[in-house]
Write a protein that binds this ligand. Structure first.
Ligand code: GLN
Length: 483
């Protein structure tokens, strides 16, 4: 049962081969058995899941249909869930039970999805390895000594290990695409504003976007369909109609113009990954695509710009966790300043503290112009590069990450080494563009992802290309040994 994709589950439920309750019980048992090796969940919601599964079965018995009706999923633990701990991977929110559901959570529940639990993540979504979680690191099911990527590492490891078919994630600088790449999944970061951020605990508000992690593009289409749409509660949500993503999967790739940026293939990219990326280009050419070299000249400035803008926004967003209104409160404060200092010092881990300090510095009087404003100008140049490129091509293709998953702890003493791993993913967030990562092969037994980027609101095009590629390759069907 656990091998089924969302699409297969929907067919099985419609044909009455099994009930959502049976499937849910089966997966909960599998999680209990296997997750201790992975640590991919922070909270399991068995009671809620069984209640939702029974309700979905009853709705089906009444003649209702829907691809998500009775489908088991999980939420990254930064989506607020009513009455359920929403920790954001932090001691700061270890005791926080959200008083409402995030829009994404509510929409998926209304579509009949069954929530099995809340998945582990880097603390406040800061990281690329899922090593900064207060609840301990997540292990990569392809090799338990390696990281699964981050910050949506729990969602990725759980789906890759077949503990469930799909899960939500969020992507501020790559946190859906990068763990998808490192665990052999398909993950999609939508256009900024496509998916509501209401009830998503903010890291960097101008970059954060929720999206699906699944094994196939077909399943990403199903999950995105349930997540996307205008939300008046989110002032950056965009009022654009949501297309039928599943209907877009079967378009022909004849004449599709793929741009491959020359800057992607510089030093720093593992040459074995470069070979796999070029093999994926060849596979798409066979399907009728035409390939063109393009240039994204400002790409080299993306990491410095991102690591000013994201911490700046984080330092502002995280100021609300002061031990008074939200979050962990220290014991016996002697005065208000002591309360703030110790509550924040105890509640936040080292990576979060580092980012708050960098961000507060970049925003401070005297440094604002030199760092924050400069970074915003670079952001515009990066966006302009993409706009120029998309005048010539339909999608941009390249690696998702420069290296396969590293060993747990390997980059702990050098935060900048981890920041450099984000080089291919953060530009899409800076520009607000949609991006998808899909399986493209293996290096030393570890998965490699290929990234596709498209113009604003062309999620359907990304899913179409990925689905056609997956009909003609079998990387995405590989299963990690032991799972
Ligand atoms: N690795 C990036 C960071 O640490 C991206 C994280 C994310 O997308 N949430 O900021």
């Amino acid at each position: 049962m656990h091998q089924m994709t969302l699409a297969e589950i929907a067919r099985g439920l419609a044909d009455k081969k099994f009930s959502s309750e049976e499937l849910t019980k089966n997966l909960l048992a599998r999680i209990a058995q296997l997750d201790p090796q992975l640590n991919s969940f922070i909270t399991l919601t068995e009671d809620l899941a069984l209640q939702q599964a029974k309700a979905a079965d009853a709705r089906r018995a009444n003649g209702e249909t829907g691809a998500l009706l009775g489908a088991p999923i999980a939420h990254k633990d930064l989506f607020c869930t009513l009455g359920i701990r929403t920790s954001c991977g932090s001691k700061m929110l270890d005791n926080f039970k959200a008083p409402y559901d995030a829009t994404v959570v509510a929409k998926l529940a209304a579509a009949g999805a069954v929530t099995l639990g809340k998945t582990n993540m880097d603390e406040f979504a800061m990281g690329s390895a899922n090593e900064s979680s207060y609840y301990g690191p997540v292990k990569n099911p392809w090799n338990l000594e390696h990281v699964p990527g981050g910050s949506s590492g729990g969602s990725a490891a759980a789906v890759a290990a077949r503990l469930l078919p799909a899960a939500t994630g969020t992507d501020t600088g790559g946190s859906i695409r990068q763990p998808a790449a490192l665990t052999n999944l398909t993950g999609l970061k939508p256009t900024y504003g496509r998916v509501s951020r209401w009830g998503m605990i903010a890291y960097a508000s101008s970059l954060d976007q929720g999206g699906p992690l699944a094994r196939t593009a077909e399943d990403c289409a199903i999950l995105l369909q349930g997540m996307a749409g205008f939300d008046p509660q989110d002032s950056t949500s965009i009022d654009e109609p949501v297309p039928d993503y599943s209907a877009s999967l079967n378009g022909s790739l004849q004449g599709l113009r793929i741009g491959v940026p020359k800057e992607y293939f510089g030093a720093g990219l593992d040459p074995r990954i470069a070979d796999l990326i070029m093999a994926s280009v060849e596979a798409l050419k066979k399907l009728g695509a035409v390939v063109k070299e393009i240039s994204l000249p400002n790409m080299q400035h993306a990491i410095p710009a991102y690591y000013v803008i994201a911490p700046a926004e984080a330092s502002s967003n995280l100021s609300r966790f002061d031990g008074v209104r939200f979050g962990h409160r220290c014991e016996n404060p002697k005065d208000l300043i002591d309360l703030y200092k110790r509550s924040r010092g105890e509640g936040f881990g080292p990576e979060v503290q580092r980012r708050i300090m960098v961000g507060a510095y970049a925003l401070s009087a005297g440094y604002y112009d030199a760092y924050y404003l400069k970074a915003q100008k670079i952001r515009r140049l990066i966006k302009n590069d993409f706009m120029a490129a998309f005048n010539e091509v339909d999608i941009i293709l390249g690696p998702t990450t420069p290296n396969p998953a590293w060993k747990l702890g390997a980059k702990n003493s050098d935060p900048v080494a981890a920041y450099l791993e984000d080089v291919y993913t953060i530009t899409a967030n800076l520009a607000g563009l949609p991006g998808l990562s899909m399986p493209a092969g293996f290096v030393d037994g570890l998965p490699v992802g290929v990234q596709l980027l498209a113009p604003y609101f062309q999620e359907g095009r990304l899913l179409n290309v990925a689905h056609q590629y997956q009909l003609n390759t079998d990387w995405h069907t590989r299963t990690p040994t032991g799972f």
